[in-house]
Unconditional design. Structure first.
Length: 173
């Protein structure tokens, strides 16, 4: 039986770093799998489709850069090898939702700019757009959130109780 799973979206930003910290603390306490996901975008370059193999090269470049980003996140957070990594190509909302489905995730953790509803509506917000699409509850770690083992303030037992209560609520139960 596969342990319950947390998927965490990573884009290299400070807000994603806080999301990784949050996801790691929760996965450590609950003894859940942790899967970090970076979604790379293959840029549309005018004329690239006319060059044989250009799209494949851009895709490979995106995958390689995503792997480097995840390596840097692993180093910065001193993550254990048990934490899994995935680099996907596509739109972040679609791919995070798809990975959650594939991994049978119990929780998706993402960071937020903290822009507010109006700015997010104008500029776009992956965190807000993924909530209705994800097949599991979504935890949004807001910019400026103080996330550490000390400030989290939950014992492993209490964290498990909170997660158990939160999961049915997040699934609309």
């Amino acid at each position: 039986m596969i342990a319950p799973t947390i998927v965490c979206g990573v884009d290299g930003s400070p807000r994603a770093s806080r999301a990784v910290t949050f996801a790691r603390i929760l996965s450590d306490w609950l003894e859940w799998r942790l899967v970090l996901v970076h979604v790379a975008d293959v840029p549309l370059i005018p004329g690239a489709s006319a060059v044989p193999g250009a799209h494949d090269e851009l895709r490979e470049l995106g995958l390689a850069q995503g792997a480097e980003l995840l390596d840097a996140v692993f180093d910065a957070h001193d993550l254990p090898e048990s934490v899994e990594r995935r680099v996907e190509i596509g739109g972040p909302v679609d791919m995070l939702s798809a990975v959650c489905e594939e991994e049978a995730a119990d929780l998706l953790v993402v960071g937020s700019h903290g822009r507010g509803r109006i700015a997010s509506a104008l500029l776009g917000s992956v965190s807000m757009r993924v909530v209705p699409r994800a097949p599991c509850p979504v935890a949004i770690v807001h910019e400026g959130a103080s996330v550490s083992r000390e400030t989290f303030g939950l014992s492993p037992r209490r964290a498990s109780e909170v997660a158990t209560l939160a999961l049915p609520i997040g699934r609309g139960a």
